[in-house]
Design a protein around this ligand. Structure first.
Ligand SMILES: NC(=O)c1ccc[n+]([C@@H]2O[C@H](COP(=O)([O-])OP(=O)(O)OC[C@H]3O[C@@H](n4cnc5c(N)ncnc54)[C@H](OP(=O)(O)O)[C@@H]3O)[C@@H](O)[C@H]2O)c1
Length: 328
């Protein structure tokens, strides 16, 4: 195995810098992964900007990225059942590199037939959306509203809810031209929030009852609008805050409907929370991925040498789905 690898470094300026760095070595409980492709996440660009020393950022250097797909290249002591060559995917820090070391409990098997370029765009969304559904006690037959359903992770939320047996899936977007895509992924109703009132549209689609569960990626006043659109004893899970973290809510809507509100952020330091979700996901969701029932929406793919083009695509705000970086 080579001693150095190519990696995209943040903290040297306004852009990721492709550099040769040492290949990390797996310690106890860890595996080394030969990464073939990585997908972007909403957090990648803010993290790059915050580290940029030329604009007052920290200047702290780190290997960027969170999502990877490839195969096991080496196995440390006490690292579970993994074997060299096993196809894998996952979400873990320092993923924009040819190799990365991962706690073996966070690694997911890559389903047969799923190329790294497709698989890398799944793990964060699967963990987050499935984790949110579990936190809210989702069961087959419940109705689900996904706000910001055209986010990279929201696309997976729609498909997961459908695959796991939701009675009705309602998806929101600001853009009418994404309606057909959401319907093709399994949404029964699409609410275009630039044209319709969210609360009225959801109540209209549910005979005035509201949905049982909300996966909210938007926050701001969208979160407030979700409360009166949720059925009595329902659950609202805030996942993302694309419209800002502040919201003015009507507590009458919360209390009289006996709603439960959850906040989720599935981090790597919370292994006691995240590992059981990944284990359950392995058993209950990966078979559906293998059957092709859950697929990421990929906007575009770039070689890691062209990371500036990938960054500019992300900054454009026009990407629909994931931007992928290849590390072949
Ligand atoms: N809790 C967790 O563990 C966790 C994990 C991963 C991500 N997240 C969060 O989840 C959110 C989605 O992440 P992502 O990477 O999937 O997003 P993304 O793919 O970058 O989402 C882009 C889409 O979001 C919609 N959008 C953007 N700004 C909006 C606004 N102000 N109001 C309404 N819609 C807006 C737009 O869709 P339309 O034009 O169709 O409306 C846009 O195409 C982020 O806030 C991220 O931080 C949370």
């Amino acid at each position: 195995m080579t001693e150095t690898m190519r990696a995209l470094i943040a903290g040297r300026g306004p852009e990721w810098v492709l550099a040769d760095v040492p290949v990390p070595q797996p310690g106890a409980g860890e595996v080394l992964i030969r990464n073939r492709a990585s997908a972007s996440n909403n957090a990648d660009m803010p993290m790059l900007a915050e580290a940029d020393p030329s604009s007052g950022g920290s200047g702290d250097e780190f290997i960027a990225g969170y999502e990877y797909a490839g195969e096991i290249a080496a196995v440390g002591e006490d690292a579970g059942e993994w074997r060299i060559g096993d196809p894998v995917m996952g979400t873990y820090p320092s993923a924009f590199a040819e190799y990365l070391v991962v706690d073996h409990r966070f690694v997911l098997p890559r389903p047969l037939g799923l190329s790294p370029e497709i698989a890398c765009a799944l793990p964060t969304a699967l963990l987050t959306e499935y984790g949110a559904l579990r936190v809210a006690g989702f069961e087959r037959g419940r109705s689900v509203l996904v706000t910001g359903a055209t986010t990279g992770i929201g696309f997976i939320g729609v498909q997961l809810a459908r695959t796991l047996g939701a009675s009705r899936v309602i998806a929101t977007t600001r853009s009418a031209d994404k309606r057909d895509l959401l319907v093709s992924l399994g949404a029964d109703d699409v609410v275009v929030t630039s044209e319709e009132d969210l609360t009225e549209a959801v109540l209209g689609a549910t005979d005035g009852r509201g949905v049982d569960l909300v996966l909210d990626h938007i926050a701001g006043q969208t979160f407030a609008q979700c409360l009166p659109a949720t059925a009595h004893d329902g659950h609202v899970v805030n996942i993302g805050r694309l419209a800002g973290p502040a919201s003015t809510i009507d507590l009458d809507a919360l209390s009289y409907r006996h709603l439960t509100v959850h906040g989720v952020s599935f981090g790597f330091s919370r292994d006691w929370e995240t590992v059981p979700i990944l284990d359950a996901l392995h058993a209950q969701v990966l078979p559906a991925v293998e059957r092709g029932e859950i697929r990421p929406v990929i906007d575009s793919s770039f070689a890691c040498e062209d990371s500036l083009d990938a960054a500019n695509r992300l900054r454009s705000g026009e990407a629909v789905g994931k931007v992928v970086l290849a590390f072949e």
